[in-house]
Design a protein around this ligand. Structure first.
Ligand code: MG
Ligand code: ZN
Length: 364
């Protein structure tokens, strides 16, 4: 939580020569205090509708009025989650497999790191190892997404206030023999290995490493871990008077898509939507929180060939077991959410969030 500068209430004009992109916050627009960014990994529009069907014709996402589309291509036509996450976290289209680095391999500052510099509290929540591509791309700078132990080391280089997910082995059972959970304690972190332990943490910083690698599927008993984690993270982060940035990932929608398993995919979608509901409830009460919900890419090329809202049954077809190139939805709620409607690049999401926070991008 370094404090470099405080935002002004004046018009903020951000020019981005690198991307040729420019945005203006209209005069008098007060910067938002908090941003909750939620990424459904692999959450294409048909994944959303599969969840809607399984949940008998209801989703919390329907509470949102400002909706757009994101073009997810990386330097390749079809992105992976490393490049997809890095596009949203840093505003750079990069190569597949990249974590927080641009297409030349140079580290690019992430929105989470910007938030930290501006004195905000920061958090990451995921239903996979916290070192996995999507959360990693917000906090780490590595050439390859598969270097989990290097990614874990990068967590120690930041002052992130709350992180919740799996991945305990990447911190505590490492090839180099270093126990990073010990290092975290030395830095003042509370360590939590169960949801009960997390609930008992009075204040941050906290590292909640709830599984050795990945939390199990919702179908296999993960329960309410994601929504509870979001609520605990909000409880801990919202005590910072400067506000917070948090990224929440519904990680396993994607894995249901890779498996061409509609039941896996749709249950993960409904679980993610519950967490969306928790974030929206907070944002409605708070009034100074922008919630942005999107996907890094579609997975599986899911088609819904039939179904029933009554029984929740879905007749699914998939075009393959990999990601696809189609655009994905962007839902935005709260102050400055209008900015996120329309057809946009995934990289625009970074600049729009920076703009909503009133942060000035200083290109190095
Ligand atoms: Mg992911
Ligand atoms: Zn995937």
């Amino acid at each position: 939580m370094k404090r470099l500068a405080f935002y002004s209430f004046l018009a903020v004009v951000l020019m981005f020569s690198a991307s040729g992109f420019s945005l203006t916050v209209p005069k008098g627009n007060r910067p938002v205090k908090n941003i909750i960014l939620m990424i459904g990994d692999g959450m294409g529009t048909s994944a959303v509708y599969a969840g809607y069907t399984l949940n008998h014709g209801h989703l919390n996402l329907e509470r949102i009025r400002n909706i757009g589309f994101s073009k997810t291509y990386s330097t390749a036509y079809v992105t992976d989650s490393g490049a997809g996450g890095t596009a949203i976290s840093t505003g750079n289209k990069t190569y597949n497999g990249a974590i927080g680095v641009d297409s030349t391999g140079k580290p690019a500052e992430t929105i989470l790191e910007w938030a930290e510099e501006y004195g905000k509290a920061t958090g990451l929540v995921a239903t996979c190892a916290i070192t996995h591509a999507t959360p990693a791309s917000f906090i780490s700078h590595q050439a390859s997404r598969s270097d989990y132990e290097l990614i874990a080391l990068d967590f120690l280089k930041t002052d992130i206030d709350v992180f919740i997910g799996g991945g305990r082995n990447h911190f505590a059972k490492r090839k180099d023999g270093v126990d990073l959970t010990q290092k975290l304690k030395e830095k003042g972190y509370s360590l939590a290995y169960t949801m009960d332990e997390l609930r008992n943490v009075k204040k941050g910083p906290v590292a909640a490493l709830l599984d050795t690698v990945h939390p199990v599927k919702w179908l296999e008993g993960r329960g309410n871990m994601l929504t509870e984690s979001v609520n605990e993270a909000i409880r801990l982060l919202s005590s910072d008077k400067d506000g917070f940035f948090m990224m929440v990932e519904g990680s396993q929608i994607d894995w249901g898509g890779h498996d061409n398993n509609i039941n896996y995919l749709a249950t993960e979608m409904v679980d993610f939507d519950k967490a969306v509901g928790a974030a929206l409830d907070f944002a409605m009460k708070d009034g100074e929180t922008l919630v942005v919900i999107t996907a890094d890419h579609d997975t599986g090329g899911l088609g819904l060939n039939g179904g029933s809202f009554e029984t929740g049954e879905i007749k699914a077809g998939f075009t393959g077991t990999n990601h696809t190139g189609v655009m994905v939805p962007v839902f935005a709620f709260g102050p400055q959410s209008e900015m996120f409607s329309g057809f946009q690049e995934n990289t625009d999401l970074f600049f729009k969030m920076m703009n909503a926070f009133g942060f000035e991008v200083k290109r190095k």
